[in-house]
Design a protein around this ligand. Structure first.
Ligand code: PLP
Length: 250
């Protein structure tokens, strides 16, 4: 799990660890950035020095077998390129959550990061999991089918476009694979806004892939788990609610 630290515990590496644990996986975590934020929004972030990031990755990968890598907040284009180089040299499934802006508002990436994700990370990705604003930022397409086509053309094998930000009664998620029918999943829209839902979803997909499930099965289980974690979410402050990830994964 490669991502940023969120001190209020809703998103980032803490979301990854809790989700992996719920699925019976062990998460090893590489921190890309410290953030200053609470449930109301991001105030600041500071990327980890590039050599420290590389050193964290080397130390882990020289010691153990990692079957799946999930990326979240990478913060800088240089960090994206470094992670891409390291993943490209290994046989690791890659789940890319293309984090650029927090759901609560506030930048989580420097200029050039989203372009670097498109150029360097997507060609390696087993699956990319953008929400609608992220799919627009990556492709300039508003329509999910067109955005997914552009993302598949970058080389990633699957695209899951989440529909929380759409103005629809239910939340509609769409899973695309080149030459295959789109798989549509609908969930009842829940009443609050949530901190770290995208992180939870991508981490759950990674955990299910680590268990050897197919991408389709992994996405179905991860969507169910994420919805349940949001249905049982709790408030800790004045803003977004925190997903309850310590739940039964069946
Ligand atoms: N990663 C980090 C470190 C964050 O702080 C955030 C949001 O604040 C995210 C990822 C994305 O969170 P969400 O899943 O709510 O979009």
């Amino acid at each position: 799990m490669i991502g940023g630290h969120d001190p209020c515990g809703g998103a980032g590496i803490q979301a990854d660890i809790e989700t992996a644990a719920a699925f019976g996986c062990h998460a090893v975590t590489v921190a890309t950035a410290l953030t200053v934020q609470n449930t109301l929004g991001v105030q600041r972030f500071e990327p980890v020095a590039l050599d420290l990031l590389g050193h964290q990755l080397d130390a882990l990968l020289s010691d153990q077998q990692v079957s799946v890598c999930k990326t979240g907040m990478l913060a800088t284009a240089a960090a994206v390129e470094l992670v891409a180089q390291i993943v490209a040299a290994r046989d690791i499934a890659l789940v890319v959550d293309p984090v650029a802006i927090a759901g609560s508002g506030g930048a989580l990436s420097q200029r050039g990061c989203i372009e670097a994700i498109r150029e360097h990370l997507l060609p390696l990705a087993t699956i990319v999991t953008p929400n609608l604003p992220e799919s627009r930022a990556l492709t300039d397409h508003d329509e999910p089918g067109a955005a997914a086509g552009a993302l598949l053309a970058c080389g990633c094998r699957h695209v899951l476009i989440t529909g929380t930000h759409a103005d629809t009664a239910d939340v509609v998620h769409r899973l695309y694979r080149a030459g295959d029918d789109v798989i549509v999943s609908r969930y009842a829209r829940l009443p609050h806004t949530y901190h770290g839902s995208g992180c939870t979803l991508a981490a759950a997909i990674a955990a299910c892939l680590a268990h050897g499930r197919s991408v389709h099965q992994a996405v179905a289980s991860a969507l169910d788990y994420t919805w349940s974690s949001l249905e049982q979410a709790y408030p800790i402050g004045h803003g977004q609610w925190i997903p309850r990830r310590t739940i039964d994964t069946k």
